[in-house]
Design a protein around this ligand. Sequence first.
Ligand code: URA
Length: 211
Amino acid sequence: MAAEVIVINHPLVQHKLTLMRQKQTHTQDFRRLLKEIAMLLAYEVTRDLPLKYETIQTPLTEMEAPVLAADKSMVIVSIMRAGQGLLDGMLELIPNAKVGHIGLYREPITLTAVEYYLKLPIDVEQRDMLIVDPMLATGNSAIAAVDRLKESNPLSIKFVCLLAAPEGLKHFHEQHPEVPVYTASIDHYLDKHGYIIPGLGDAGDRLYGTK
Ligand code: URA
């Protein structure tokens, strides 16, 4: 199956991303910008949702009008903790989505992903799933999250991030070729500490003002 990477190069997304990358951008602005970009990403990621037609009454007449066809709303799974920044914006646009959380941290020496938390809605197998994490760096967390979340049998999975490293995309699609990745940018490379270059630094620290 062809591995799909969709780069969302909408001018508003690109402009806001540049503001986020700048080191002088403070936590409060960084958080707001991520939320705004998440709303724009959600718009693109949901572009192919099927519609069905229902009869409604406008004040003037009856009509056949389009509504989302899925029986159940989608589930958005945030990879903690930085995924929360994307989740908040997506929920603004898709307020009826169910939410799951998976906790993964990067072991600092090996950069492997270690799971410490998982909480999902009960009926995931009847829902489409979006997995969100701002940074697809080595790909280890994304792979571990998809490995684990596939066990819950969602109808479909899409992975949504803000920045991706070419090495991480390759690694991810070697393991999960059928999962499309939506991103605002494919950056240049990963440094030896696993940071995306040019990137924006540590997304979690910049989101929450930690160090
Ligand atoms: N995680 C981050 O927060 N930033 C990077 O550059 C890579 C992984």
